[in-house]
Design a protein around this ligand. Sequence first.
Ligand SMILES: *Cc1c(COP(=O)(O)O)cnc(C)c1O
Length: 386
Amino acid sequence: MRIAKRLEAVPPYLFVEISRKIAQKKAQGEDVISFAIGDPDLPTPPHILDRLIKEVQDPANHRYPESSGLPKFRQAVARWYQKRFGVDLDPDKEVVSLIGSKEGIGHMALCLIDPGDIALIPDPAYPVYEAGTLFAGGESYPVPLLEENGYLPELEDIPARVLERAKVLWINYPNNPTGAVAEVEFYDKVVDFAKKHDLAVCSDAPYSEIAFDGYVPTSFLQAQGAKDVGIEFHSLSKTYNMTGWRVAMAVGNPDLIKALTVVKSNLDSGIPQAIQQMAIEALDGPQDCVDQNVAIYHKRRDRLVAGLAKLGLRVHPPKASFYLWARVPAGFTSAEYATKLLDEAAVVVTPGSAYGEQGEGYIRLSMSVPDDRIDEALVRIGSLSS
Ligand SMILES: *Cc1c(COP(=O)(O)O)cnc(C)c1O
């Protein structure tokens, strides 16, 4: 048998490699502290779990769901977008459920990319934008996110020959991996640019509820005319510690939502209904669980930023997301420094270069590690020979 060529173009998924390394170290009896993976260590809030326990008893929830999502789920999403961002959505035409936004992001490429088409992808970025593009037979063009520009893309620098073949622009704020944020003025520019160059915009915003110091992140859909050109991917994963339940949504332009629903209805059968009910509970229910999470991340952020700065790693406290994006010490590449931390301190971080060429010189630390383990990691890093 022969595996399809399209798989050869795709590098092994970043975290699969990291998980393998961690497992190897643990098997050797080492006490590994991992800042590598963006997965909340905190549990799903009890009122959301209670709803699941209730809903699993109902035989109506034992059957095939629909890939577009329960009408009640879509209505809850529309209510949440209205309440949170002041954005109006038609739950029937402008909302679709996703089995985690990773699923929708991957499948979106099949809606937009024909062989030879280009996707404009931020560099550094979450790896799925590029993987989806490659699976669809397209090419990705990396748009640099530079520290001096606040990690916003310089859209005017994208060459005309690239724009002629480009079909989609991916954006992601609050940003993984840099922790950068974007304001509505930026999104207004994105809408103009997309209209001028006939691009679809895909905004990925799973960290909009994790923000610090009173900062309130925006949505791409708050820009004037955003719904004419784009959609936003959002997820319950990070907001409600629900990564394991796989429930998310895409919202916005009805033609793009329809295209994604066509792909999905041919490939999957949607989210188990009891889990959609959990999501309804999460979106409609009390939100103090979110504030409590954020308070925990806030403390961890300050602890890590202060500790890393003392050790000579330059890092700006992010306004949002749960990542720290730190400069590696002089004389190291990202990968060299990440390897040193793993080998000599059993501390796992992701090398910035794994997110794209522009990530070279940085490492990413996820704040999904409790305070005592943060302290332990800082002690270990502090005792490294340089
Ligand atoms: C975590 C993450 C997602 C995916 O979340 P799901 O659990 O699949 O909903 C999407 N985009 C970015 C940038 C992420 O960090």
